[in-house]
Design a protein around this ligand. Structure first.
Ligand SMILES: [Zn+2]
Ligand SMILES: [Zn+2]
Length: 118
């Protein structure tokens, strides 16, 4: 086998208590993805068709049976060697975020600048 170019994959994924998901990459890039941002970018077919309404602060008038809490990642499961699946406190867990996709939606100022199409 020939030498492969450096694979851009996370070296560490940390869920913080209130901020978001901090991902560090093999090329030393690092960024924190706010929970609401990640949830809104859920790549599953359901969310692409019906973008989720994401709460970022507690609901002052919770409707019975609805989650009154702001959106939060409750768990993260690696999917093979190419993706990660997040579980959310709204019960959703269908979205499989490929590493390439996560890197594409990196919310840091540098990436947003080089990514200014939308
Ligand atoms: Zn989804
Ligand atoms: Zn970035």
């Amino acid at each position: 086998m020939m030498n492969q170019p450096l694979e851009i994959i996370p070296t560490s994924i940390k869920l913080s208590a209130d901020g978001g998901v901090t991902i560090q990459w093999t090329d030393l890039h690092m960024a924190t993805y706010p929970y609401a941002y990640l949830r809104r970018h859920c790549p599953c077919a359901m969310c692409r068709d019906n973008p989720p309404v994401v709460k970022t602060s507690p609901d002052p008038f919770p409707i019975l049976g609805k989650n009154p809490n702001p959106i939060k990642t409750t768990g993260a499961t690696p999917v093979g060697r190419y993706a990660i699946q997040f579980q959310w406190n709204d019960g959703h867990s269908e979205g499989i975020y490929s590493y390439a996709y996560l890197r594409e939606i990196c919310p840091c100022a540098d990436c947003q600048k080089s990514n200014s199409t939308g």
